[in-house]
Each structure stands twice: as structure tokens, then as C-alpha cells.
Design a protein around this ligand. Structure first.
Ligand code: NAP
Length: 306
């Protein structure tokens, strides 16, 4: 079994920042990631609210953060964590690529995109249904697209899709967007963007590829069909804590309960970034969480393993 001072589960901005601080503390550090390093940044276009960078592409920022952690010695592995044992002095992390033992553990697994959970969504996933504008937007040149949701992601990614699509219609279940005001202003000023308010998607239909949405007009309690070439779904995020199997306490949505030092109820086990309750879900706050968790993990190790 490979041994580390600190294992960090999650290779997004939080994990990268924790790895940077841990590496500089000369802790033997391992960052585990099941998908793409960079987390949500890997599937984000422009980032305009990361301090110090007026505008930077999400994947580029994600890469810079990981490179920085690796520069100071953090190791990385692409594996899926299957379970954790937090009871002993050493924490055991079992993955599909081996088992690791660690003096301290940071859970920085972020979150996954929610699904709409409507008929047709799974059937047409990758055939007109997408959760990633950066990955799939270019396939819809001069096509008519729908984006479902009213938050930052829906409005920001909807605007990005207008680079390719002839028209992008945002379908929102209320009559007011949740997104930051600056994103709303840009969307309302964008000639290619349109809005359908007080409406939900009931069903996604097509023949091999998406062709039609069945919408529910909530104000008039009326169902009707709309022709589309593609639908991008941005209806919020769910924390990735399922692999913990209830070992750590969470709120109803699955966010970890931590204190201001990012400590969970298990000594030496920390939760940081989007995965924790009350996170502001920003890249800037994610890296702050990661740094905080690593600083207190180092303190914990110094006090308990010297
Ligand atoms: P979000 O802020 O939770 O917004 C989700 C949107 O989807 C809401 O408008 C919600 O409607 C709607 N919704 C939820 N369930 C739905 C359903 N079943 N059917 C139809 N609509 C549904 O999620 P997000 O936009 O993915 O953002 C997640 C977090 O990341 C946020 O904290 C956000 O600030 C952050 N983020 C920031 C940036 C940035 O700073 N540039 C970019 C992307 C994301 P209601 O409004 O009615 O609840």
C-alpha cells in the first residue's frame, strides 16, 4: 500500500490549491482525480472573475493551477475513489487503481451537473442533449439551441453558444434569472438570445437526434411543442459525495459539514470547495478553501505524527 502524508481527492481548483500549499510544506502529497484535472474549469469557457486575470480560458486556468501544484511536488493519479476508511490514525483510500494510506485527507470532489430527469434526456444524451457548451457547442453551427436554467452557468454558457448557434433560447421556470447581473445585462443585449419564462421542459423528443421539446407553460398550465436542434442543460449542481457512503455527515443535498478550518468531525479529514456546505461556488473561493484545508492539514500532521 502506497503511503502519503496528505491525499487530496479531487483535481479541481480546490485540490490544486491544497496540493500547492501541501507541496510547499514538503508533505508527500497525492491528488486523485477520476475525470479531467481542472474540475468545472475544464468545461468552462472564459473566466472573468478570478482575481488577477481579467479574462482567462477555464481549461488554461485549470492547467496553470495543476502545474503549480506539481511544480512543488504534488503527485497526481487518475483513478476513481471507491471507498474511504477514516477510523484509524492513518486514513485508507481505496480506488480502482490501488489503495493509498494517508496521515490526512482532503475531500475536494466538487460537484456534478444535475439532470432534468425528464423522458428523452438519457436517450438523446450526446445526440442533441448536452451538459457542456465548451465540449459540444461547435457541433451546432447555425442551429437553434435551447438552454435550460436561469443561473450563472445557463446564462454564461448560453451566451457562449451564440458564437456557433443562429439562436439560443433560455428556458427558465421563473420570470427572473438567478444569474449575476452583469451576465444578465449581456444576455438581454445579445441579439441571438431569446427567453421563454415560467416554463419547464416536460419531454425531449426526436428521431435519432433531438428535434422537439415538449414545454409546460406554468402560468397557463398548457403543454406545447418547440422545435430545436439541441438542448444544453444547466439546472444546478449536486456535490460529489456519494463515494463516501454516509461516512461523513452531509446536509440534505450531500454537502459536507465543515468548520472554518475545513475540518470534518474526523480528525485529519477535511472538506473544501464546492463539496462543502455554504460554499459560494466560485473558483476564487475554491482555491481559498483548498489553501485553508492544506494549512490545517499540515498543522494536524505536525501535532499528531512527529
Ligand atoms: P444554480 O445557480 O443552482 O442555478 C440553477 C438554475 O436552474 C436555477 O435558475 C434554477 O431555477 C434552475 N433549475 C433547477 N432545477 C431545475 C429544474 N428541475 N427544472 C428547471 N430549472 C431548474 O446552478 P449553476 O448555474 O450551475 O451554478 C452553480 C454555482 O456555480 C452557482 O453558485 C454559480 O454562482 C456558480 N457559477 C459561477 C459562474 C461565474 O461566476 N461566472 C459560472 C457558473 C457557475 P431557480 O432560479 O428557479 O431556482
Amino acid at each position: 500500500m502506497e503511503q502519503y502524508d496528505l491525499v487530496i481527492i479531487g483535481g479541481g481548483p480546490t485540490g490544486a490549491a491544497a496540493g500547492l500549499y501541501s507541496g510547499r510544506s514538503r508533505l508527500k502529497t497525492l491528488i486523485l482525480e477520476r475525470g479531467m484535472f481542472g474540475g468545472q474549469l475544464a468545461v468552462t469557457e472564459d473566466v472573468e472573475n478570478y482575481p488577477g486575470f481579467e479574462s482567462i480560458l477555464g481549461p488554461e486556468l485549470g492547467q496553470k493551477l495543476m502545474d503549480h501544484a506539481e511544480k512543488f511536488g504534488a503527485e497526481t493519479k487518475t483513478v476513481e475513489v471507491e471507498s474511504v476508511d477514516l477510523e484509524g490514525k492513518y486514513k485508507t483510500i481505496t480506488t480502482d487503481g490501488g489503495t493509498f494510506e494517508s496521515k490526512a485527507l482532503i475531500v475536494a470532489t466538487g460537484s456534478m451537473h444535475n439532470k432534468l430527469e425528464v423522458p428523452g434526456e438519457d436517450e438523446f444524451s450526446g445526440r442533441g442533449v448536452s451538459y457542456c457548451a465548451v465540449c459540444d457547442g461547435a457541433f451546432f453551427r447555425d442551429k437553434e439551441l435551447v438552454v435550460v436554467g436561469g443561473g450563472d452557468a445557463a446564462v454564461e454558457e448560453g451566451a457562449y453558444l451564440t458564437r456557433f448557434a443562429s439562436k439560443v433560447t433560455i428556458i427558465h421556470r421563473r420570470d427572473e434569472l438567478r444569474a449575476q447581473k452583469i451576465l444578465q445585462e449581456r444576455a438581454f443585449a445579445n441579439d441571438k438570445m431569446d427567453f421563454i419564462w415560467n416554463s419547464t421542459v416536460q419531454e425531449i423528443k426526436g428521431n435519432g437526434l433531438v428535434s422537439t421539446l415538449v414545454l409546460n407553460d406554468l402560468k397557463n398550465d398548457r403543454a406545447y411543442e418547440k422545435s430545436v436542434d439541441g438542448v444544453f442543460i444547466y439546472v444546478g449542481l449536486t456535490p460529489s459525495t456519494q463515494f463516501l457512503n454516509g461516512v461523513l455527515p452531509t446536509d440534505e443535498q450531500g454537502h459536507l459539514h465543515v468548520n472554518l478550518k475545513m475540518e470534518t468531525i474526523f480528525p485529519g479529514v477535511f472538506g473544501a470547495g464546492d463539496v462543502r456546505a455554504e460554499s459560494s461556488m466560485q473558483v476564487a473561493s475554491a482555491v481559498g478553501d483548498g489553501a485553508t484545508a492544506a494549512i490545517f492539514a499540515e498543522k494536524y500532521i505536525a501535532e499528531n505524527f512527529s
